[in-house]
Design a protein around this ligand. Structure first.
Ligand code: NAD
Length: 341
């Protein structure tokens, strides 16, 4: 199968591509990625250097380009059996600073992908986020595939816009499309500005973790490799036209994640000095939770990495791969400092 992965050089894309190359026989993967500032380094060059299985790279091609550039996108789609569309601006905090870019990339980029798959009749899987639903109260409720969209940031609004296009194009043009909505991912190759890598790398640098506000915000956490397996289960066995929820069944507050990070690693800072509270993100969603039982019942997929193990493995990865993140660390913290965080 020839798979085109847009945004394949980002966090989830890198994990998905590496998983495909090492797991699925006879797959050929092309990545189309603009290498925006969300990418800290070329993950494929980095991964290839540390890889003993050189032959898998014979099945891999990287194209640097913008998904909105139809002269680049269309020939790649024409040569594919399936497109997995991950390309997006994904940093919630950055969306408050540059909303135009988020609407341009996430809405117009998805439009370009839809037009390309429509033109060539190619199967599409579109990847979305639970943030399109807005947030839930701390003590009740869970999102299902039919929950109304109530996005609360420019990021989630632009992803919601993209999802609406996907559903409208699927229905109007009878396209072979599936859509999935996932909860908060964590794992290797995640930008160190994101919550868990930031805490881990702060501790590795001998500084305290930094919690937004009081740390009560609750997220449903899923290890990125569980997400990757789900994406492939949908691509290969999902019902066309359907939306699948991919959750980790693992709702944990940010302060409990911080406690787990502290517990699962060996750190130079004493526990009493390991957390400081910083200014909260404006409009910060309180809680997300996804009910992915239907995905499990239909596709036999379920998350299988327990949170403590996933956090431990993630700490080990960032500890062993300082070369991957060290250079970007100072600039990342500088951006946080400028926001008082
Ligand atoms: N990380 C999560 O917890 C999470 C959860 C649910 C859904 N998602 C969705 O999964 C997808 C990937 O998320 P991620 O965490 O890997 O984000 P990421 O920011 O790490 O990766 C996004 C990739 O898209 C690329 N990109 C951006 N604009 C582009 C353009 N115009 N043309 C081509 N490439 C472009 C970037 O260079 C980057 O490599 C996004 O659509 C996101 O909304 C993420």
């Amino acid at each position: 199968m020839r798979v085109l992965v847009t945004g394949g050089a980002g966090f989830i894309g890198t994990n998905f591509v590496l998983w495909l190359l090492h797991t699925v026989p006879d797959v050929r993967v092309t990545v189309l990625d603009a290498m925006t500032s969300a990418v800290m380094t070329n993950n494929f060059i980095y991964a290839r250097r540390g890889s003993r299985e050189d032959s898998v790279w014979d099945h891999f091609e990287f194209v640097r380009g913008d998904v909105r550039d139809r002269d680049v996108l269309f020939p790649l789609v024409k040569d594919s059996d399936v497109v997995v569309h991950l390309a997006a601006e994904s940093h919630n905090d950055w969306s408050l600073e540059n909303p135009d870019l988020f609407v341009d990339t996430n809405v117009m980029g998805t439009l370009a992908v839809l037009e390309a798959v429509r033109h060539y009749g190619v199967r599409l899987h579109h990847v979305s986020t639970d943030e399109v639903f807005g947030d839930l109260p701390l003590d009740s409720g869970v999102f299902t595939a039919t929950s109304p969209y109530r996005p609360s940031s420019p990021y989630s609004a632009s992803k919601a816009g993209a999802d609406h296009l996907v559903r409208a194009w699927t229905r109007s043009f009878d396209l072979p499309v599936t859509l999935s909505i996932a909860s908060n991912n964590y794992g290797p190759y995640q930008h160190i500005e994101k919550f868990i890598p930031r805490q881990v790398t702060e501790l590795l640098e001998g500084r305290p973790m930094r919690l937004y506000g009081s740390g009560v915000h609750v997220r449903d956490w899923i290890h990125v490799s569980d997400h990757c397996r789900a994406l492939w289960a949908i691509v290969t066995g999902g019902e066309l036209g359907k939306t699948y929820l991919i959750g980790g069944a693992c709702e944990v507050s940010n302060s409990d994640i911080a406690a787990l990070v502290l517990d699962q690693g060996t750190w130079s800072l004493p526990a009493s000095e390991a957390v400081v509270h910083v200014a909260d993100r404006p409009g910060h969603d309180v809680r997300y939770a996804l009910d992915s039982r239907e995905t499990t019942a239909e596709l036999g997929w379920a998350p299988n990495i327990p949170l403590a193990q996933g956090i431990r493995d993630t700490i080990t990865w960032y500890t062993n791969n300082r070369a991957w993140w060290q250079e970007a660390k100072a600039a990342t913290e500088q951006r946080y400092r400028a926001r008082g965080q």
